[in-house]
Design a protein around this ligand. Structure first.
Ligand code: SF4
Length: 703
């Protein structure tokens, strides 16, 4: 038998960004193994990554364009998209159209989508499903550092003596990073603290688990800041030389959290556990604090992020090996999307709309005189604008908002009412049923481009399969629409390498050193070098990583060069439990599933562990609500209801419930967690509160 040819590529699931060697036989059968040379995973893969080869069948694939449910030619479909968007813009202005895109898109796709909407259509209305994932970290970074910078690298996990995991079920959501952390624990005794209301798989292996009440993170970290200040454990030299605002932040933290007893009471924790955490943090210099959706997905997510960063700034634990606040991204290219400016409040290349000079700079670079001059609508507001008719034409790229957006019933109603909906995707989803035009996109293994992982490392996704049917790369679809809208000269790309070079050049264009995102060295990358591109960690090539560790010199990209403490105070969650809705509902991922299961849901071995959605509740709550393990129940919130089996577990605290976010109408009718969640958002980041929604549960009458 002919040996399979191996192609070096990157996993398309989570933000760890593991390297994959994909071996493909002539009949499309694909085997995968971890790339031993990729610095994110050194050969490891998790259950999802290891099953990638089983997701590449063509069942359910979109293979041909469709117009109003009938197969159509590309010309027919693209002409209609261009005509509808152009007409809406002519009649109602550029803000009457919008793109809702995805952290699944490659950087090159993202770049041209952003360039088309902001540069040439002239609206800021492009936002991404990454808004639901890490927008609070982006906003928190900008408040503290002046730019959206993740300071750490994965190698920090191997030289930290303390890893604090807060709002992160790392064992399931970033499994390979967790494996690296456990290896450090085994080999050098790294201590691990887990802060999470649930006793997750991550908490199964840790030195201390703080099962705090949902939404009390700011209080816990304000208490830590106050404790560090009172105990003389701050780095006075670092604070003096490199930061501003310490006194105000420490003063507010002290007022908010005057004693460990008050923190413990407010967070629902034992005093001894809070004391133990504070002693560990105060006493161990090499500390990394990893945080994820449990922090970000909150109406106060940005304040939570800054409460964490404040503690690192106060101890000078940033910009040094084994130290720093570390936001890990959920999606494979959430970071690449941030780099190109794919959030509605960003412009491009880590520039935003606040500075007119940025707008003029990007306008000149793109030769786009009609560039957008203000931020567009963030995800929740964008779908509200669809609902009330302000947005006439919407293009959804590679994401499934009919399931994943909060208050999904309202989103579905909005999509039904919208004048014109385009969906480009790899498979049919709950969202494709609302499309006037469906555009078949190339999938993983067929696409060619780059992604950036949580530690700012650029890697290549390379094709190893032919594109099936009439599918096309996303960047090509976008450029063909742009050309039909009259912008062909600016979108005349023939290969993703050309787009990447332009993206790199923009990052360096008139960059006077104030912005750290600068990959201008790559603007001259030849096609062959792009093809052979090995994972690279910006802002410096691998071999110079140590010398160019971000913030190592204590200089931050703020107007005065200093990092900013941000005074924050504990606020109540957007909704509180009451007699009608007595349970605090949390949602999140399972180990073996990805997003709305359009790929992982087709792999029997990934479905085996959790074949249907379940609501986790504590046995005492189950008794109070007359429920038994396995009962079918109706879980309701103010926003909707779902039916699911009840699972009793003492990992869940009393008064709280957990439901996975993955199931959709494709897999289990009436079980989409998005139907339950609240559209309330953080005022700084626009990120919805998905971790705390008051709910009630009753046994479903199955008779
Ligand atoms: Fe893929 Fe993330 Fe698993 Fe790595 S840890 S194999 S990137 S899903």
């Amino acid at each position: 038998m002919e040996e399979a040819r191996e192609v070096r590529t990157t996993c398309p699931y989570c933000g760890v960004g593991c390297g994959v060697l994909a071996g493909v036989a002539a009949d499309r059968t694909t085997t995968v193994r971890g790339d031993p040379d990729h610095p994110a995973n050194f050969g490891r893969l998790c259950s999802k990554g290891a099953a990638l080869g089983e997701t590449l069948g063509l069942d359910g694939r979109l293979l041909y364009p469709e117009v109003h449910g009938s197969q159509a030619s590309w010309d027919e479909a693209l002409d209609l998209v261009a005509e509808k968007f152009s007409r809406a813009i002519a009649e109602h202005g550029p803000d009457s159209v919008a793109f809702y895109v995805s952290g699944q898109l490659l950087t090159e796709d993202y770049y041209v989508a952003n360039k088309l909407m902001k540069g040439f259509i002239g609206s800021g209305n492009i936002d991404t499903n990454s808004r639901l994932c890490m927008a609070s970290s982006v906003a928190g970074h900008r408040r503290a550092f002046g730019e959206d910078i993740v300071p750490g690298v994965y190698a920090d996990f191997e030289c930290a003596d303390l890893i604090v995991l807060t709002g992160s079920n790392t064992a399931w959501c970033h499994p390979v990073l967790y494996q690296r952390m456990l290896a450090a624990r085994r080999e050098r005794g790294t201590r691990i603290v887990v802060i999470d209301p649930r006793r997750t798989a991550t908490a199964d292996e840790c030195d201390l688990h703080l099962a705090l009440d949902p939404g009390t993170d700011v209080l816990l970290f304000n208490g830590l800041l106050a404790h560090l200040a009172q105990a003389g454990k701050t780095d006075a030299v670092f604070i003096h030389d490199f930061t501003s605002g310490f006194d105000a932040a420490a003063s507010l933290a002290g007022a908010d959290a005057p004693s460990i007893a008050r923190v413990a009471k407010g967070c629902g924790l034992a005093v001894a556990d809070v004391q133990a955490f504070y002693d560990l943090f105060a006493g161990i210099e090499r500390t990394v604090t990893v945080y994820s959706q449990g922090v970000n997905q909150s109406a106060h997510g940005t304040d939570k992020v800054n409460a964490i960063i404040n503690c690192h700034l106060a101890t000078g634990r940033i910009g040094k090996p084994g130290m720093g606040p570390f936001s890990v991204t959920g999606q494979p290219n959430a970071m690449g999307g941030r780099e190109v400016g794919g959030l509605a409040n960003q412009l491009a290349a880590h520039m935003d709309f606040a500075d007119e000079a940025n707008i003029d700079r990007v306008s000149r670079f793109w030769k786009a005189p009609d560039i957008a001059r203000r931020a567009g609508l963030k995800a929740v507001d964008m779908f509200q604008a669809v609902a009330d008719g302000r947005i006439k034409s919407l293009w959804v790229m590679g994401t499934n908002p009919a399931v994943s957006m909060p208050d999904a019933s309202r989103v579905r109603a909005a999509l039904s009412k919208c004048d014109f909906v385009v969906v480009s995707d790899v498979t049919r989803t709950d969202t494709t049923r609302y499309a006037d035009v469906l555009l078949p996109a190339a999938g993983w293994g067929e696409k060619d481009g780059t992604v950036t992982n949580s530690e700012r490392r650029l890697s290549r996704q390379r094709p190893f399969l032919p594109t099936p049917g009439e599918t096309k790369a996303d960047w090509r679809i976008i450029c063909e629409v742009a050309a039909r809208m009259g912008f062909g000269d600016a979108f005349d790309y023939h290969a993703p390498a050309e787009i990447f070079r332009e993206h790199a050049a923009l990052s360096a264009f008139e960059n006077d050193g104030k912005r750290l995102f600068d990959i201008g060295d790559l603007a001259d990358l030849g096609d062959a070098d792009y093809g052979a591109f090995m994972p690279l960690h910006w802002p410096a090539p691998e071999q110079r990583e140590e010398q160019t560790r971000l913030f190592a010199d204590g200089h931050f990209p703020t107007s005065d060069g200093r990092a900013r403490f941000v005074p924050v105070r504990q606020e109540a969650t957007a909704f509180t439990v009451d007699a009608d809705y007595p349970l605090a509902l949390n949602t999140g991922r399972l180990r073996d599933q990805w997003h709305t299961m359009t790929r992982t849901g087709n792999v029997p071995r990934l479905m085996a562990n959790a074949p249907e959605p379940a609501v986790d509740i504590h046995p005492a709550d189950a008794a109070a609500y007359h429920l038994k393990d396995g009962d079918l129940a109706r879980l309701s919130t103010r926003f909707g209801f779902v039916r699911a089996r009840v699972r009793l577990t003492e990992a869940q605290r009393r008064g709280q419930a957990f439901m996975p976010m993955h199931w959709s109408g494709l897999f289990a009718a009436k079980a989409a967690a998005g139907l339950l969640s609240s559209p309330v958002t953080d005022p700084h980041s626009g990120q919805p509160e998905l971790k705390h929604v008051p709910a009630r549960i009753v046994r479903e009458n199955t008779g």
